[in-house]
Design a binder for this molecule. Structure first.
Ligand SMILES: NC(=O)c1ccc[n+]([C@@H]2O[C@H](COP(=O)([O-])OP(=O)(O)OC[C@H]3O[C@@H](n4cnc5c(N)ncnc54)[C@H](O)[C@@H]3O)[C@@H](O)[C@H]2O)c1
Length: 346
């Protein structure tokens, strides 16, 4: 993913690439060469790179387990960060990062690349025409043979993938999740160690049920990576095929199918554009850590519900994450902020 980011950064007119750090310096050097960014410095850690450069921002594309440490190092060096999803492997570590952003007064934004599609924005507009949906659904069915870490995770689908549609559901509904019931399982033919299939039903404020039904070991008739979406509301129904087609049946002026052309900045280029605009104008981006944390909370709540068989309340989970964050070894400035700030529950 770092290489994908390097291509996007070098293609952008808004930013200049000054350096790349990776624990594997040779890997960084090869990636810089492949991106044709010969002037960029290379180092084995963010700290070493900062000793040699003075960037205006850091893009963090390390593994999730390293996100917190790298983000906090950059923030305390006074540098805003655009970090790959998920903010952290646990909600408590993400709460620590909310406090770090507040303590330093620097922007920490999580890149949720699947929030940036022109078709998604058209789908959002048409959902608004429906009135508050009673039901929003995503169907995601793919037969992915990744190899590597996903094959041995307990919850590969929920933890590595579901944050994208969960985050998109919050964006589409303009509402926040209250609670979830989730069941996960591993079909007999699955090549994953953990649960590759899931159904989660979230209750959102406003009353919408959001139902996510998905599998990563479903071969044949695969859905697009965004999944296929349907919303039903007082005025009718609206669907998105996960690519370019949005279709309404509401009796209104938008009725029928529309093929939406791609926008100028989609996927990670969209996240980069929103990040740059936020730094220039001071506006809070949709992925600001304090806002994004609720998408991560949806993932953790779904996992807890699948493990326990019980409904999980997201406000209670956030309160618990705040208490857990206070037990983590953190800088004094972060601890003071955690002690001063109210838990981010609903
Ligand atoms: N938005 C998307 O569609 C999308 C797709 C794939 C991956 N991702 C995300 O991108 C991130 C990276 O995933 P990946 O598949 O490229 O992982 P990867 O393991 O291929 O690469 C991660 C790199 O980070 C380096 N690294 C680890 N800790 C570091 C540290 N402390 N300092 C510097 N470098 C460090 C590793 O050496 C490695 O080269 C993850 O958060 C993942 O979820 C997002």
């Amino acid at each position: 993913m770092g290489r994908v980011w390097l291509r996007t950064l070098t293609a952008s007119e808004d930013v200049d690439l000054v350096g790349v750090a990776d624990l594997d310096v040779e890997r960084a050097r090869a990636a810089v060469r492949a991106a044709g960014a010969d002037g960029a410095k290379v180092a084995g850690s963010l700290g070493d790179l900062l000793a040699d450069t003075a960037p205006d921002a850091v893009v963090n594309v390390t593994v999730p387990a390293a996100h917190s440490e790298v983000n906090i190092e950059a923030l305390f060096a006074g540098i805003p960060v655009l970090c790959e999803k998920p903010a952290a492997p646990t909600l408590a570590e993400a709460v620590v990062q909310v406090a770090a952003a507040e303590a330093t007064g620097r922007l920490l934004m999580v890149s949720q690349s699947r929030r940036y599609y022109a078709a998604l924005e058209e789908y959002r507009r048409r959902i608004a025409e429906l009135g508050t949906p009673g039901l929003l659904t995503t169907g995601f069915f793919r037969g992915e043979r990744f190899g590597g870490f996903r094959d041995v995770m307990e919850q590969p689908l929920l933890v590595d993938m579901a944050i994208h549609p969960f985050d998109a559901a919050r964006h589409l509904l303009g509402a926040e999740p209250i609670s979830v019931m989730c069941e996960t399982w591993n079909p007999a033919w699955s090549w994953y160690h953990g649960d590759a299939s899931a159904t989660a039903t979230f209750l959102f404020d406003g009353g919408t049920r959001y139902v996510y039904t998905a599998s990563w070991c479903a071969e044949g008739l695969e859905t697009p990576w965004n999944g296929q979406w349907r919303a039903t509301g007082p005025a009718g129904s609206v669907t998105w095929d996960g690519e370019h087609r949005v279709t309404s049946s509401t009796g209104g002026p938008s009725d029928g199918p529309s093929d939406v052309p791609p926008g100028t900045h989609e996927e990670i280029a969209g996240a980069l554009a929103e990040f740059v605009a936020a730094l220039r104008t001071g506006t809070e981006p949709s992925g600001a850590i304090a806002r994004n944390i609720r998408s991560l909370a949806m993932v953790e709540a779904a996992v807890r519900s699948a493990e326990s068989g019980a409904r999980v309340h997201i406000g209670e989970l956030l309160d618990q994450a705040h208490r857990d964050a206070l037990a983590l070894p953190v800088r004094d400035e972060i601890r003071a902020r955690l002690q001063a700030s109210a838990p981010p529950s609903l």
